[in-house]
Design a protein around this ligand. Structure first.
Ligand SMILES: Nc1nc2c(c(=O)[nH]1)N[C@H]1C(S)=C(S)[C@@H](COP(=O)(O)O)O[C@H]1N2
Ligand SMILES: [Mo]
Length: 391
């Protein structure tokens, strides 16, 4: 590194006096912010829990026969609201002292598609606050943030180009260490403080590994809510890493930071890969007729590796059985998604029961009985106790 190199920084996040007009305070669960809805796609009540600017998928609405999550079913996590972006005038700016020419380059969508090889990557797409409500309901320690149950997750096959191909073409320097994506959505105001545009840096190693600039999800153009026309996808990583409506990429020879890797999404260091989690494809308090055998279904996933094993209990954790993992369709793409599983519950007796599922991934990471608590409620990876009624 050159000690005297000129540090270029994006002029972002500087609070503009008097512009802090639209805080979310007092709007409660309303999706209307200054007239415009925060989420544009329909959120039918049978498929989504509406959390205001965020919405989670109901597990009971997940079709056991469908492996991928259609965008119409995918959870949405918006810091402000979904912007409408004209694809014709859209440009991505790539710049920073990590490029041979720090002024960088700009690319339109058509040029991006023409210039670089299209790849497909299947990945678990998940908000790292997924499961947050269980810190309070299961462990008695309330965490601040959207009270997700387990529906802030999906599995998507993304179409796009490798970030590494774009960075190399843009003149990546060998001493670049950090890349930061910046969204084109409104600046984020938290309790009166303007934090600027949603942005988060990540190490160059992830950029050179499997990071993607994606314009498609499951062979369809991205929906506006999911980042149209272009988003970052950092497979397996905390959802915040996958910046939607990507307007800028800064490449730097020094560590970049933003509130989204220091103040948030940080537990003793910036968070990377998501942990292991499992969900039953059932509503809470689902009911079953007594004495009849039921075929239960669910899914498990990990940000780091495919799932190796799932154990289930139908008696609150007293006895355990091995769930039958479905042989998922062979990988048509790179990456990995979740694993579906089934368990046959023989003639349950009347009463209240708790269903538990505990997965282990191929790296040997598993789900603990208690998740490590942290103020913002990230990484709830403990085995969730799912109450059901047999009558
Ligand atoms: N520009 C921008 N990118 C963003 C966000 C955002 O609010 N603005 N939210 C992040 C978070 S916290 C998550 S979990 C994912 C959610 O992606 P989705 O809404 O497409 O499911 O997007 C990430 N990227
Ligand atoms: Mo998130």
């Amino acid at each position: 590194m050159t000690p005297n190199r000129l540090r270029r920084r994006a002029v972002l996040g500087l609070p503009a006096a008097g512009l802090v007009g639209t805080t979310l305070a007092g709007l409660g669960p309303s999706r209307a912010v200054a007239g415009a809805p925060a989420i544009l796609k329909p959120l039918p009540a049978e498929a989504f829990v509406d959390h205001g600017t965020n919405a989670e998928t109901r597990w009971e609405s997940v079709d056991p026969h469908c492996y991928l999550t259609e965008q119409s079913q995918l959870f949405v996590r918006n810091h402000t609201r979904t912007p409408r972006i004209d694809p014709a005038s859209y440009r991505l700016r790539v710049f920073g002292d990590g490029l041979a020419d720090a002024a960088g380059v700009t690319l339109g969508l058509a040029e991006l598609k023409r210039r670089f090889r299209t790849v497909e990557v299947t990945s678990v797409h998940e908000c790292t606050g997924n499961g947050r409500s269980f810190f309070e309901s299961q462990q008695g320690t309330k965490a601040s943030g959207t009270p997700w149950t387990l529906g802030a997750v999906g599995t998507v096959t993304w179409q796009g180009v490798r970030l590494r191909d774009v960075l190399r073409w843009a003149g990546l320097r060998p001493d670049a260490v950090s890349v930061q994506g910046v969204g084109l959505d409104d600046e984020y105001v938290d309790k009166g403080e303007n934090l600027g545009r949603v942005r988060r840096p990540f190490p160059i190693a992830k950029a050179l590994d499997d990071a993607l600039l994606a314009w498609g999800a499951n062979d369809e153009p991205l929906l506006p809510d999911h980042g149209f026309p272009l988003r970052l996808v950092l497979p397996g990583w905390v959802g915040i890493a996958s910046i939607k409506w990507l307007g800028e990429l800064e490449v730097s020879t020094s560590q970049l930071t933003s509130p989204w890797n220091t103040r948030w999404y940080n537990i003793g260091g910036p968070l990377g890969a998501n942990p292991v989690r499992s969900a039953w494809e059932l509503p809470r308090e689902a009911s079953f007729p007594a004495g009849r055998t039921v075929r239960l279904t669910g899914r498990s996933w990990s940000g780091a590796a495919p799932i190796a094993r799932v154990e289930v209990s139908t008696d609150g954790g007293t006895t355990w059985a091995t769930a039958r993992l479905r042989p998922e369709p062979g990988p048509r793409t790179e990456g990995h998604g979740w694993t579906r599983w089934t368990h046959t519950w023989h003639a349950p007796v009347p009463g209240r029961h708790e269903l538990l599922a505990r997965a282990t991934d191929l790296h040997g990471r598993t789900q603990p009985d208690v998740a490590a608590s942290n103020p913002n409620g990230y990484f709830f990876d403990a085995v969730v106790r799912h109450p059901v009624l047999v009558a």
